[in-house]
Design a protein around this ligand. Structure first.
Ligand code: BMA
Length: 367
């Protein structure tokens, strides 16, 4: 998500955290691919058909506001009695061969939770806050505007980039259920590119190079046998549909169209959020309709949820006016008391969340 606090702080904090202390057609084309992605599509389509929005939460079952690493826990579950229908995860760290992701979550644990979520009929989506393939700077290192160009145009850079993608392919290919069938998941690379806080952001790379990065990502994963992924495109807030589409990589590369829009500024920011989120979702819905894609609210939230009725009075009306297949709120950090986006038991917005979770528009998964 957008760094609304100093970049240096986020980067340092990200590296310290540890728990221990396709409409688009894949070129890989085989039966397993068809069934993995089609199962996922069917789940997304079922929600859309019933006119409901699946609720999702980042890193939900692996840590919460005041706990880390337990099994069978979830702040969302503890507040409303159901699991999120969508579990969101991050792959940052795979590209450097780490066993923990950038927020300290073991990739083996993520794999197990993906399997559990799939078995309960839910959905899994992945973002990738990766280090760049040129000098290893983290996602928020934005001092060098040649990074993307070198990754996609220069053979040494492209080879290094492909090595990063190979690590991802290995992980995606390892996501299998108890019968050995691949599990379909959503991958949302190069997100929030309309902003300037990641090294792949619009001010740091050309339109062509951004699109090339998508094209290489897709063709490389396809060629490495990744046949279980639907790809999501998710700009940050945009002024209009032209800005939304400016860097769209092409229909053959994208299955899901989304947007990341956060609520900043507490109660004072409510009107802005309503306006920005509604505009983004209405663009997302128009693009989904005209390009035959699945619409989603790929990231949102209000840090610390200082507006007690945020769920029922702010988010719900936005979704009711602009229904999409799912909505994901960001993580409840266990080691940063104010960095949470879903309520935990006793939080002042818990009652509003309970009512939100029971609303006929919203879907979660019964335990
Ligand atoms: C940001 C913050 C960071 C985190 C990063 C990647 O929005 O939550 O603490 O490291 O996402 O998950």
């Amino acid at each position: 998500m957008k760094p609304y606090i100093p970049i240096v702080f986020i980067s340092a904090f990200a590296s310290m955290v540890s728990c221990s202390g396709s409409g688009a057609k894949s070129t890989a084309g085989d039966t397993a691919e068809y069934s993995a992605t089609e199962t996922l599509r069917a789940r997304l389509a079922a929600a859309q058909k019933s006119g409901t929005v699946m609720f999702g939460h980042h890193d939900d079952p692996v840590y919460g506001h005041s706990w880390c690493g337990d099994s069978g826990r979830s702040d969302v579950l503890e507040v409303c009695g159901s699991y999120p229908a969508v579990m969101s995860w991050d792959l940052g760290g795979l590209e450097t061969g780490d066993s923990l992701n950038l927020d300290g979550v073991p990739f083996d644990r993520i794999r197990n939770e993906v399997i559990a979520q799939d078995a309960r009929g839910g959905i899994n989506t992945f973002s990738w806050h990766l280090r760049n393939a040129i000098d290893g700077g983290d996602s928020w290192s934005v001092s060098d505007s040649t990074i993307v160009g070198r990754m996609v145009n220069d053979s040494i850079g492209t080879d290094a980039f492909k090595a990063q993608l190979a690590a991802l392919a290995k992980f995606f290919n390892s996501l299998t259920d108890e019968n050995g069938n691949k599990i379909g998941v959503i991958f949302r690379p190069w997100h929030e590119h309309t902003g300037g806080w990641f090294w792949w952001g619009a001010p740091l790379c050309s339109i062509d190079d951004y699109k090339k990065m998508w094209h290489i990502t897709r063709s490389e994963l396809d060629s490495l046998g990744v046949d279980n992924v639907l790809y999501a495109y998710s700009p940050d807030r945009v002024a209009d549909i032209d800005q939304y589409m400016e860097r769209y990589p092409g229909d053959e590369y994208v299955d899901i169209v989304g947007a990341d829009v956060y609520h900043f500024g507490g109660a004072d920011g409510t009107d802005n959020y309503r306006e920005d989120a509604s505009r983004a979702l209405s663009i997302v819905r128009r693009v989904a309709e005209s390009h035959n894609k699945i619409p989603a609210f790929t990231e949102t939230g209000c840090e610390s949820i200082p507006v007690d009725n945020w769920w029922t009075e702010v988010l719900l009306p936005v979704l009711r006016a602009n229904p999409v297949s799912y909505v994901v709120v960001w993580r409840n950090a266990h080691d940063k008391p104010g960095h949470f986006y879903a309520p935990y038991p006793g939080h002042p917005s818990a009652d509003s969340f309970k009512a939100f979770s029971k609303d006929s528009l919203i879907t979660l998964i019964q335990k």
